[in-house]
Design a protein around this ligand. Structure first.
Ligand code: FAD
Length: 507
């Protein structure tokens, strides 16, 4: 019997993971990707002998990365060799030794760090872990690994009871504040909601499970950086017999009556039994789905009225030396006025004193920079384009560049940073929009507010069109590499359910 054909739009993490799962399940899969490389936001920037991860850098929940390779009877170590980072990262508040913290996921070292704040804060931290771990198990087993195809999948007594156990109404910072008094420690355990583009001051407290995941499951590094994962997924997909077409800009999802029947790309039609769309959901609904009925409730007006996660300004700096004084791969430079900073991000202001993040992959993998040199990746969270009250022109870039280079002088080793730069590249919200079709340049897709989460977030199966599925950060369960890997798992399970009537147990 002929294999059924699936077209996947986009070779981002979720597109590649869906394609691998479908090819493995016996479908003939072809990916159409507008760029020249796999990975989407998990791209690589190569310049002047330096190699930078473009977007994601922090590997959490490594078992979800490995699952894809194990599913296809491969040894993950042959594709994505990983090492655990301990300490996980450094946090800098100022230039004194007491202003700098190395955060470990080793309980003995972590307890020593916590007790330096106070015994009460250390005790509070343990209570926080206990409470959030309970809620994490509910989320893991009942919400983030399953779809909400019909309203009744959420609105039934057993799921509603579990939803109640998630206790989602509290904001992250407020929840942490119940357990921890010290302001700095609170910031260190709540800023991680920014990993999915939402403020800890407004984002649901459930997302304080992100630091919990770091503490309990560790932070990992893949040899070669994150981009190794993108290359490894591409390699696995090709080994399984799949095909990828790069520089194919999909212009339309072809819909005949109530069924998707293929795509139009670079002015050519391509037909298939199913279409899986990894292009950002709001972008795809607005620009690729032209059929009004198939859009359903996702009209252009609705898409524009939804809330979007923050964006990022990134600098990729090739340096003329190594920075042995800076010990960790991941570094967070905090401004004490974090709340103002975050309000500014979500109110569209040009930020006066932003906190930011510095990643030095070449510390653990020297092959990422020329011999004896380091490459610095610097990320400043900024407003997405629909809220931003300023333009991303040369002046804005220079504004943030000078701020960051000046602020970095507090870190020992970085005092003369500006003079040590020999190569420079940037990514702005406009680049995320034009390169990857990220709607509003939002780096993490739709914001995971309560009204845009679980059953209220776009689902894998299109509501008003058969044979069409969505995957990626703007769909359920949300953003972040491990989470979009789950979104791919869900999308594929939904397709197989429709095609073969086989119900996959998601938990
Ligand atoms: C700066 C930054 C830092 C991050 N840090 C982390 C981190 O440390 N850890 C972590 O886990 N996560 C992190 N994330 C989040 C994570 O990178 C994303 O959630 C994830 O990579 C999104 O994958 P995706 O498949 O949903 O989307 P994308 O990567 O956006 O993939 C979509 C793909 O579709 C393609 N496409 C779009 N439109 C079309 C079209 N019309 N035709 C053909 N192709 C099309 C795009 O080119 C792209 O390749 C970060 C993200 C950013 C931007």
């Amino acid at each position: 019997m002929d294999k059924k054909k699936v077209i996947v739009i986009g070779a981002g993490v979720a597109g590649l993971a869906s394609a691998i799962r479908l090819q493995h399940a016996g479908y003939e899969v072809e990916i159409f990707e507008k760029e020249k490389l796999p990975g989407g936001k998990m791209h690589r920037i190569e310049k002047d002998g330096y190699k930078f991860d473009l977007g994601p850098t922090i590997v959490m929940m490594p078992e979800l990365y490995k699952e894809l390779f194990e599913l296809c009877d491969r040894n993950p170590d042959d594709y994505i060799p990983m090492e655990r980072l301990d300490p996980m990262y450094s946090v800098f508040f100022g230039d004194q030794p007491d202003d700098q913290y190395d955060i470990s996921s080793d309980l003995v070292k972590l307890t020593a760090t916590l007790e330096k704040f106070s015994d009460e804060d250390a005790k509070g931290f343990m209570f926080y872990l206990q409470e959030i771990y309970k809620r994490f198990l509910v989320a893991k087993n009942h919400f983030i690994q399953r779809p909400f195809r019909n309203k009744s999948d959420f609105y039934n007594p057993s799921t509603l009871k579990k939803a109640f156990e998630l206790k989602t109404l509290d904001a992250a910072d407020h929840f942490i504040g119940k357990y921890i008094v010290n302001e700095r420690l609170r910031q260190m355990i709540s800023f991680q909601t920014l990993y999915i583009g939402v403020s800890p001051f407004t984002g649901p407290s459930l997302y304080t499970m992100i630091p919990m995941i770091e503490f309990l499951y560790g932070v990992w590094f893949i040899k070669g950086g994150m981009y190794t994962m993108a290359e490894a997924m591409e390699r696995l997909f090709l080994e399984l017999g799949g095909s990828i077409r790069y520089e194919e800009n999909v212009e339309e999802i072809l819909i005949d009556g109530k069924h998707a029947k293929g795509i139009r790309s670079n002015d050519n039609n391509h037909y298939s039994d199913y279409v899986v769309c990894n292009a950002d959901f709001p972008f795809a609904m607005k620009h690729l789905v032209k059929d009004k009925k198939a859009k359903g409730k996702y009209t252009d007006k609705k898409i524009d009225s939804m809330k979007y996660s923050c964006s990022c300004f990134l600098m990729y700096l090739g340096m003329n030396r190594k920075y042995d004084e800076v010990k960790q791969v991941h570094n967070f430079v905090f401004n004490e006025g974090l709340e103002d900073n975050l309000n500014g991000i979500f109110n569209g202001k040009k930020l006066e004193n932003p906190s930011f993040y510095v990643y030095i992959g070449s510390k653990v993998d020297p092959s990422l920079a020329p011999e004896g040199k380091d490459g610095l990746y610097i990320l400043v969270p900024v407003s997405e384009l629909s809220t931003s009250q300023y333009e991303w022109d040369e002046e804005t870039i220079q504004y943030y560049r000078s701020y960051v280079l000046n602020a970095l002088k507090i870190i020992k080793g970085f005092e003369n940073l500006e003079d040590e730069i020999i190569s420079e590249t940037y990514m702005t919200p406009r680049d995320f929009e034009s390169k990857f079709n990220a709607y509003n340049g939002a780096c993490f897709g739709l914001q995971p507010t309560l009204s845009q989460s679980n059953h209220l977030r776009p689902q894998a199966k299109a509501e008003n069109c058969e044979n069409l599925y969505f995957t990626g950060s703007s769909t359920h369960p949300g953003a972040g590499v491990p989470i979009v890997l789950l979104s791919a798992k869900i999308a594929v399970a939904e397709l197989i359910l429709d095609d073969q009537g086989i119900l996959i147990d998601y938990t």
